[in-house]
Write a protein that binds this ligand. Structure first.
Ligand code: NAD
Ligand code: UGA
Length: 453
């Protein structure tokens, strides 16, 4: 058995590194058209920051894990091909702003159809709309070659920042296949790969459509919990209830459970919004407008939460931030990652710039060039200072906004920060990681999410 994975991104890289680590008998080649990314995977500075990932890659790379740009060669040699390419929201044409753009997936399928010389099991690792396997099958069949292509679905549930943990001990692995003898054989081949380290009872097998839909549904449910608690946070702020206490109290109900109830400035990341919009589009496509509207509200509430945070800052800062220095702590969409895709920090910073604020941004892992790119800053734009030291970012600021829950922010010397800020000194904790009463004792005017001022 030889594995190839097309797409060396946040999913392809770590998942294949884990398979290679756990299955030393299986050669795994990860290919990408992005030469810089492949070079980085082959270097000491991996393109993805994830706790524990360096060790996993080092153990397997060069033994049975390879990163390459030789896409055709890897396809030709593999028995099983994972497609782990990006599936962003379409920005053009029919379904723009909602539907998933499947052009990269289709390109992969066409490539496989063109260069394959032997039977292949094609695994959908990317998150895809229900019934994509059908289209892939038709494209592969169009090759006209007398080969057997099986398309199975194996969505990925890892979360960034905990990818290695999640891959080492997944809650479940989901594999969906065609309901036929050939389909069962393909599913079993992938079960055998995961069974190297995942207990058998955690490997779920379903039909392809259930597997594809379960991925979108899982993300929709997770994001829905955040929007639900964020909706309640708005009510907390005007009633004197504390959203952390409410979340704790409801989370003790075993039917609700305690996880994913952290109120915040809003959820970010490359997938929640994209996948819900994709679900919304599918519902509309299949003539279910009420169902579409229900899920769309999860995204609308998230937009509202981000906007509400900025509005609260501006109104608290005497209704103007024009010309004021605001320190932004955290730019990644969550802690322990260098990923900023759809980070709430981007929209908060853009809204503050719109209000003519000056920003000093500090993030422990995000590259300055990424921040500049995300904020669409022109060369020499002086409204945003990107700092490598949090104390420099905060010195002389009117206010601090915490936008990522990095642990290191809790350990900062807040007494020193207070001394070095303009007074009154404001803190807006968009992640509820600081103890507001301790900050108030120091002298700060401190605000959290879902907590009265
Ligand atoms: P990514 O953008 O980090 O990586 C995708 C890679 O695919 C890129 O490096 C790109 O160059 C490469 N690529 C695109 N077309 C190609 C082609 N034709 N040939 C070779 N390489 C090609 O994306 P990602 O975050 O890894 O996500 C990939 C998929 O996994 C998406 O569908 C996403 O929804 C899903 N997913 C992501 C996460 C996550 O945490 N990021 C988790 C679960 C599922
Ligand atoms: C999420 C899912 O958790 C994964 O299972 C899924 O595989 C992945 O999307 C995907 O399909 O891409 P990820 O986006 O990496 O993973 O990270 P999460 O931990 O889910 O956080 C997403 C966002 O929600 C972050 O901005 C985070 O700060 C925020 N969040 C999370 C909250 O605001 N409150 C919470 O209680 C939890």
């Amino acid at each position: 058995m030889k594995i190839c994975c097309i797409g060396a991104g946040y999913v392809g890289g770590p998942t294949m590194a884990m398979i290679a680590k756990q299955c030393p008998d299986i050669p795994v080649t990860v290919v990408d058209i992005n030469q810089a990314r492949i070079d980085a995977w082959n270097s000491d500075k991996l393109p993805v920051f994830e706790p524990g990932l360096d060790e996993v890659v080092k153990e397997a790379r060069g033994r049975n894990l390879f990163f390459s740009t030789e896409v055709d060669e890897a396809i030709r040699e593999a028995d099983m091909i994972f497609m782990s390419v990006n599936t962003p929201t379409k920005t053009y044409g029919v379904g723009a702003g909602r539907a998933a753009d499947l052009k990269y997936v289709e390109l992969c399928a066409r490539r496989i159809a063109e260069v394959a010389e032997s039977d292949k099991i094609v695994v959908e690792k990317s998150t895809l709309p229900v019934r994509t396997a059908e289209s892939i099958r038709r494209i592969l069949a169009g090759s006209g070659k007398n080969l057997n292509f099986q398309v199975i679905s194996n969505p990925e549930f890892l979360a960034e920042g905990t990818a290695v943990e999640d891959l080492t001990a997944p809650d479940r692995v989901l594999i969906g296949g065609e309901e036929s003898a050939e389909g069962d054989k393909a599913v079993q081949a992938l079960v055998d790969v995961y069974a190297h380290w995942v207990p058998r009872e955690r490997i779920l097998t379903t039909n392809v459509w259930s597997s594809e839909l379960s991925k979108l549904t899982a993300n929709a449910f997770l994001a829905q919990r955040i929007s639900s608690i964020n909706a309640i946070s708005a009510l907390c702020e005007v009633t004197g209830a504390n959203v952390d206490e409410v979340a704790h109290a409801i989370g003790r109900d075993s039917r609700i459970g305690p996880k994913f109830l952290r109120s915040s400035v809003g959820f970010g990341g490359s997938c929640f919004q994209k996948d819900i919009l994709n679900l919304v589009y599918l519902c509309e496509h299949f003539g279910l407008p009420e169902v579409a509207k229900y899920w769309e509200q999860v995204v609308a509430m998230n937009e509202h939460q981000k906007r509400r945070f900025v509005d609260r800052m501006v109104s608290t800062l005497f209704n103007t931030v024009s010309g004021k220095k605001i320190a932004i702590l955290g730019f990644a969409f969550k802690k322990d990652t260098n990923d900023t895709r759809e980070s709430p920090a981007i929209s908060v910073c853009r809204d503050l710039l719109e209000e003519q604020a000056n920003l000093a941004v500090y993030d422990p892992k995000v590259e300055p060039a990424t921040i500049r790119h995300d904020l669409a800053l022109a060369e020499g734009d002086e409204r945003v200072d990107i700092c490598t030291d949090p104390y420099v970012a905060i010195r002389g600021a009117h206010a601090v906004a915490i936008l990522t829950e990095w642990d290191s922010f809790k350990a900062l010397d807040w007494e020193r920060i207070y001394r070095e800020m303009l007074k009154p000194a404001f803190v807006f904790d968009g992640r509820n990681i600081l103890n507001l009463s301790d900050l108030r004792k120091i002298g700060f005017e401190a605000y959290g999410i879902g907590k009265g001022g």
